[in-house]
Design a protein around this ligand. Structure first.
Ligand code: M7G
Length: 330
C-alpha cells in the first residue's frame, strides 16, 4: 500500500496577531520558528461563540463566529484525515467501548490518546464583515461577466479596495511570515513565484495535499489580466510546481490538479495545486480553471481572457453580486 504520510520537515492569517495571539494557538511541535508550533496556553479558551456560520458533518468541520478579547473572530475547527503510520499507536494506546454486537458485526467508540485527536484550528482575528460572510453558508447565483461587465462592474469593484486585504500575500513574498513553510522559490521578478502549503492543509498526509504558488510579479489581479505575455510565467509555475511536488511529496503530475480561481478571493495572481481525488473546496467547474487550459487558450489567442465572457457563482451577500444586480445584469 502506498505510504500517503508526509515525512515532515517543517511545518498567518491577514490578522493582527498582537491582539489575538494567532501564532501561539498552533500546537504542532515540529513546526518551529517564530513561536509557530509552540505549545502554549490555549489562546482560544476565552473565545465566546456568537453564532455558527456553517457546519458540515461529512467534512467534520464547523465554523464559528464569536468574540476573542473583544475582537470579532472566526474559528474553523476541522477533524483531520488519518495517517497510516500512526495506526499501530492509535490501537495500542486506546480504550474501546462496545456500542453493539450482532453476528460478525460490532461497533465501538475508540478513545485514542489526545495526541491522535488533534483538531485543525484556524483563527481569523480580528475578523472583518467580509470574513464572517465568506465562511457563512449562503445560496449562490451564477453570473455572466462579459468583457464590458468586467470593465464597468468588476474592475471598479476590485480597485475600490473593497476586496480582501492582500497583507498576508505580501508577508509571504517579503518573507515576513510563513518563511519556514516555503517549499520552493523561483526569485525571478518576472517569471518567479513562491510555492508553499495552503493554510487549509496540515501537511501530515498527501491525500489532501494543497499548495499555492504566489507570483512575485505585482499587479496581476486575476485570470482576466493574463495575456500571452504571461505565458513564460504560467509555464514556469506549472513545470517547476509539478517537479517540486514530485521531488518533495513523490506525487507525479498525473495526480495533480493545478488551477486558478475565477473569481478569486485575493486579487494577486496565485495558482492552486491539489491532489486529484481530493475534493478540495473550490475545485469545481464553476470556479476552477485548469492552468494547462489557461496556457493553451493564451497560446491560441493572446487576448483570450480579456475578451471572453466568464461565468462564476457569487453568494447572496457578496458585494460584487449587488453590483451586478444594480447594473441590471442579474
Ligand atoms: P482564492 O482563490 O483567492 O480564494 O485562494 P478562496 O480562499 O476563496 O479559495 C486563496 C487561497 O489562499 C485559498 O486556498 C486559501 O486557503 C489560501 N490562504 C488564505 N490565507 C489568508 C492564507 C494564509 O495566510 N496562508 C496560506 N498559506 N494560505 C492562505
Amino acid at each position: 500500500m502506498a505510504d500517503t504520510t508526509v515525512k515532515r520537515e517543517r511545518g498567518s492569517e491577514e490578522t493582527n496577531e498582537l491582539h489575538c495571539e494567532v501564532k501561539k494557538t498552533k500546537v504542532d511541535d515540529n513546526n518551529g520558528g517564530d513561536g509557530v508550533g509552540a505549545k502554549s496556553q490555549n489562546a482560544l479558551s476565552g473565545f465566546k461563540t456568537s453564532n455558527v456560520l456553517s457546519v458540515n458533518a461529512r467534512e467534520k468541520r464547523i465554523v464559528l463566529h464569536g468574540k476573542l478579547a473583544d475582537e470579532d473572530a472566526v474559528v474553523i475547527l476541522e477533524k483531520t484525515p488519518f495517517t497510516e503510520d500512526t495506526m499501530d499507536q492509535v490501537f495500542k494506546g486506546s480504550t474501546l467501548k462496545l456500542d453493539m454486537k450482532n453476528y460478525i458485526y460490532s461497533t465501538y467508540q475508540l478513545q485514542a490518546s489526545p495526541h491522535y485527536n488533534e483538531i485543525k484550528t484556524t483563527l481569523v482575528c480580528p475578523a472583518t464583515e467580509k470574513h464572517i460572510s465568506k465562511y457563512k453558508h449562503q445560496e449562490s447565483f451564477f453570473v455572466e461577466e462579459t468583457k464590458k461587465d468586467y470593465e464597468t462592474i468588476t474592475l471598479p469593484f476590485i480597485e475600490d479596495q473593497t476586496t480582501f486585504s492582500l497583507e498576508w500575500v505580501y508577508n509571504i513574498l517579503q518573507k515576513k511570515a510563513e518563511v519556514e513553510r516555503i517549499v520552493y522559490e523561483d526569485p525571478d521578478p518576472d517569471t518567479g513565484f513562491i510555492l508553499l502549503p495552503d493554510f487549509k492543509w496540515n501537511q501530515k498526509q498527501v491525500d489532501d495535499l494543497y499548495l499555492i504558488a504566489i507570483v512575485h510579479r505585482m499587479n496581476i489581479r486575476s485570470l482576466r489580466d493574463l495575456t500571452a505575455e504571461h505565458l513564460p510565467l504560467l509555464v514556469n509555475i506549472l513545470q517547476k510546481g509539478q517537479m517540486t511536488i514530485l521531488e518533495r511529496y513523490s506525487l507525479p503530475s498525473s495526480k495533480l490538479r493545478v488551477y486558478l480561481h475565477y473569481q478569486p478571493s485575493y486579487y494577486h495572481l496565485h495558482v492552486h495545486f491539489t491532489k486529484l481525488g481530493y475534493d478540495a473546496p473550490g475545485c469545481g467547474v464553476e470556479r476552477a480553471h485548469l492552468l494547462s487550459d489557461v496556457i493553451q487558450n493564451l497560446q491560441s489567442d493572446p487576448q483570450y481572457y480579456k475578451n471572453r465572457t466568464m461565468y462564476f457563482p457569487l453568494r447572496e451577500e457578496d458585494k460584487l453580486l449587488s453590483k451586478f444586480k444594480e447594473a441590471g445584469r442579474l
